[in-house]
Design a protein around this ligand. Structure first.
Ligand code: ZN
Length: 299
């Protein structure tokens, strides 16, 4: 879905330079009893639909709301009661205002409201994101974890510090044995780690470790981007992060400049499998370099 170039526009207000594609169709797939994933343009949406109504995880871009609403209508006649944002980026929160208009209560970590409510600057993309409309902001925030007792499950949003951003949660459906990772996991592709929003590589690895501790061989894992995966997929992703960042850290320790690291091509084996339009080999190496240089400076 990222390879379709024709209709893709890059949106300054998105919080990332992730492609927004209003032409893309929404695809619904069952994940577990009463739980579905919606693929479209932006972060993957998790849906719990049942006797207590509809609970949504993330809502992609505003231009996708009509298609998302049509897809949800096939799962339940009710509009979403709750929307839980996994983090502040516009490809996960862009539908907030439209859904809040229809009565959804938007919930997120404290830092999501702070970042959405103020101008943000990304040094990595040299891009400024203006504050979101007040109507788009979460109306309930929390600092550590939040639980929803809905549709026969305990749906828990668990904050992990300084990971993809400084306001991430992943969501654990305790009974259904499903985890929605938000952008802590990109399946089958390099992750974006937003260092300008308080993200760190070590934080992402620690977050994946927390998910691994909750998972078993039957767990279904909805990533922020990419196809649904499982515990083995999480473990492989964690290994890739540790190995690729470790290589760059060694080069930083040896005093290499970023240009020298790029020229050394330390992750060529992963590049071949995991680089994509948004996170190219160079961008991934630059994220790892900056992260390693920052943590070396702290030491
Ligand atoms: Zn993101």
């Amino acid at each position: 879905m990222y390879m379709r170039i024709g209709a893709i526009v890059f949106v300054a207000a998105a919080g990332t330079a992730m492609a927004q594609d209003a032409e893309v169709a929404v695809r619904t797939e069952p994940v577990a009893q009463g739980i579905h994933v919606l693929y479209g343009s932006g972060g993957n949406i998790g849906v719990s639909a049942g006797a207590d109504g509809v609970f949504l995880i993330d809502d992609q871009y505003a231009v996708m709301t009509t298609k998302i609403t049509e897809a949800l209508a096939k799962l339940s006649p009710e509009p979403p009661r709750f929307v839980l944002n996994t983090h502040w980026h516009g490809d996960h929160t862009g539908g907030n205002e439209n859904l809040a208009d229809k009565g959804s209560l938007v919930v997120a970590h404290d830092n999501v409201r702070v970042r959405m409510g103020t101008e943000q600057f990304s040094k990595f993309f040299e891009r400024t994101t203006p504050p979101s409309a007040t109507a788009a902001l979460p109306v309930v925030t929390f600092n550590d974890s939040v639980s929803f007792f809905l549709n026969g499950d305990e749906i828990r949003g668990i904050h992990v510090p300084d990971a993809h951003t400084d306001g991430d949660v992943f969501i654990h459906f305790s009974k259904a044995n499903v985890i929605h990772t938000g952008d802590l996991v990109f399946a089958g592709m390099y992750p974006f780690i937003d260092l300008d929003s308080g993200g760190t590589v070590a934080g992402v690895i620690a977050a994946v470790d927390r998910m691994l501790a909750l998972a078993d061989d039957g767990t279904r894992v909805i990533p922020g981007h990419g196809e649904v995966t499982d515990k083995a997929g999480l473990a492989a992703y964690r290994e890739m992060l540790a190995v690729s960042s470790g290589r760059v850290r060694e080069l930083v320790k040896a005093g290499k400049t970023v240009e020298e690291v790029l020229a050394a091509n330390p992750n060529a084996d992963f590049d071949a499998k995991l680089a994509w339009a948004f996170i190219t080999p160079e961008r991934y190496a630059r994220i790892l370099y900056r992260d390693a240089a920052a943590s070396a400076a702290v030491r």
